[in-house]
Ligand binder design. Structure first.
Ligand SMILES: Cc1cc2nc3c(=O)[nH]c(=O)nc-3n(C[C@H](O)[C@H](O)[C@H](O)COP(=O)(O)OP(=O)(O)OC[C@H]3O[C@@H](n4cnc5c(N)ncnc54)[C@H](O)[C@@H]3O)c2cc1C
Ligand SMILES: NC(=O)c1ccc[n+]([C@@H]2O[C@H](COP(=O)([O-])OP(=O)(O)OC[C@H]3O[C@@H](n4cnc5c(N)ncnc54)[C@H](O)[C@@H]3O)[C@@H](O)[C@H]2O)c1
Length: 458
């Protein structure tokens, strides 16, 4: 089939794909951006932005519930309508990407809506509504195709109208009861949102704790907080069978317990389909989860990969970081930066927020690092004492004792994600812990708990 010659084809216009495409187009390259769904990807339409709008509302409800302890009394009439309206009108333009497409074409790029597949080195075939189009990319291809929700092979589940994150962000009404399958970041954030808006929520988590990628203290604290708010947490368990009778879900757990609920949210991780992307055409394995890249985001000759498929942290900030690096490499910039994942920050926006950077204690020990840890509790800090209700949290530091630098840190608490900022600098810049101990920490801030944790390193 005759093809159109261009410089670069970007398959998948997630946050990183849109960014790399725009950078290359602005630099004067001819760039074709391809997306099967919406330009901007999961983050603005189905993930970060709408869920954080939900959480903004949920946090307001959480604080209102604390008025009785701190400032008299407050009575609140919960209403989901402002949340649904904000998501539809402010976050997603009713799931319309015209603004994003215009933003990209405004840089000089061409946008093609359709499903892209690598059909030969430097060749992409796009299935569009009007048939197939072939592009030959002189410089190469950038893959930013992200992930889809994984749906576990549970008896009966596939035949039911379960929700994934893509359905959950579009709900107009909060269900009366909900099972959330999965206790990772998606499950934890959305469980608390729907529970605070009145749903009776049960989290069914296969791993032995919530947020298993974080320090165990974080998952334990979150489980205690959730239980105190009325969320049922079942860990070390999955569903054995799911049925839907046209109105309600019957979810039978591994332990035989049967839950009857209005809705079921599947938040059990993500999946990729590398065979559908045709990466075998450039010699890469297709039966694996992700695409390996070097420090310049190169995956093969004429192929760069960025974002969730690289397995370096499924976060928008990682995708955008990698986009910057890939763009510099494609443009052949002198002295271009290379990827460094020692200080990848992650924040789960529950109340309390769970922020982490770098290695957990377990991961550091597994790497053979001589570890010292230091922990301080937010409630016993001055600010925690003043804050009173809603003050649960801690700062945990993981030090490479031989080098005297932090290799990981966790900050849980009110504004835990913001407190994390200082810790990201410490891990990224390898600031000696002796230097961190000699700093002045403003009184009475939440981040002053970092100083206490430093003094507790042992
Ligand atoms: C509920 C939820 C909440 C989240 N909250 C946060 C958060 O608060 N902060 C954060 O940093 N991260 C968050 N994330 C993760 C974040 O959404 C992703 O890391 C982010 O979207 C970056 O993904 P990406 O760049 O790999 O691509 P994606 O955003 O996944 O986009 C990939 C794009 O590729 C397209 N595509 C796929 N295959 C093809 C193909 N063959 N041809 C053409 N197009 C294709 C898709 O249509 C999609 O538009 C959240 C995720 C979820 C699910
Ligand atoms: N605030 C944020 O930055 C944010 C928020 C949400 C998601 N994310 C990103 O999106 C990614 C995906 O999040 P996620 O929570 O969907 O995935 P995840 O893989 O992090 O967690 C999924 C959880 O589901 C559990 N699980 C798997 N199969 C199960 C089953 N059959 N029954 C019960 N539980 C089961 C697993 O034990 C796991 O802990 C995350 O890794 C994160 O990087 C980020």
């Amino acid at each position: 089939m005759p093809g159109t010659e261009v410089d670069v084809v970007v398959i998948g216009m997630g946050p990183g794909g849109e960014d790399v495409g725009a950078r290359l187009a602005r630099a004067g390259l001819s760039v074709v951006g391809v997306d099967a769904r919406l330009v901007g990807g999961e983050c603005p339409y189905y993930a970060c932005v709408p869920t954080k709008m939900m959480i903004r509302a949920t946090d307001a409800l959480g604080e209102a519930a604390r008025v009785d302890t701190l400032a008299g009394s407050a009575s609140v009439r919960r209403d989901w309508a402002p949340v649904a309206t904000r998501i539809r009108e402010e976050a997603t333009d009713d799931w319309d990407d015209t603004v994003a497409v215009d933003r990209f074409t405004g840089t000089g790029g061409e946008f093609v809506r359709g499903s892209g597949r690598i059909t030969a080195p430097r060749e992409v075939t796009v299935s569009t509504a009007d048939g197939a189009r072939v592009f030959r990319a002189r410089r190469g291809i950038v893959l930013n195709t992200g992930t889809d929700p994984a749906v576990p092979a549970i008896d009966g589940l596939a035949e039911t109208p379960y929700w994934t994150n893509r359905d959950a962000v579009a709900v107009e009404e909060v269900p009366g009861s909900l099972v959330v399958l999965g206790g990772g970041p998606v499950g934890c954030e959305l469980a608390q949102v729907f529970a605070r808006f009145g749903a009776a929520v049960t989290i069914v988590q296969h791993a032995d704790r919530l947020l298993p990628g974080d320090e165990p203290e974080a998952g334990e604290l979150l489980a205690d907080t959730f239980e105190a708010e009325g969320i049922t947490v079942r860990t070390g368990m999955s569903a054995a069978r799911v049925r839907y009778d046209g109105g309600r879900f019957a979810v039978k757990l591994d332990n035989g317990e049967e839950l009857a609920v209005d809705r079921l949210l599947v938040a059990a991780g993500r999946r990729t389909d590398l065979a559908a992307l045709g990466v075998g055409a450039v010699g890469l394995p297709e039966d694996v989860r992700g695409v390996d890249t070097d420090e310049r985001m190169r995956a093969a000759d004429g192929l760069w990969a960025i974002g969730d498929i690289t397995g370096r942290g499924a976060f928008t900030h990682v995708s955008m970081y990698q986009a910057r690096i890939a763009a510099a490499d494609i443009l052949g910039e002198d002295g271009a930066e290379t990827a460094d994942y020692r200080a990848v920050p992650r924040v789960t926006f529950t109340d309390p927020e769970v922020g982490s950077v770098g290695l957990t204690e377990e991961a550091a020990r597994a790497k053979g690092i001589t570890v010292r840890t230091g922990l301080s509790e937010i409630p016993s800090s001055s600010r925690g004492f003043i804050h009173k209700v809603g003050n649960k949290g801690f700062v945990k530091l993981v030090e490479d004792a031989e080098r005297g630098v932090l290799v990981g840190a966790t900050s849980v608490g009110p504004t835990g994600g913001e407190v994390l900022g200082a810790l990201v600098v410490a891990v990224h810049a390898e600031v000696p812990t002796t230097t961190l101990r000699r700093m002045i920490y403003a009184y009475p801030t939440f981040h002053r708990a970092i100083e206490d944790a430093l003094n507790n390193l042992a």
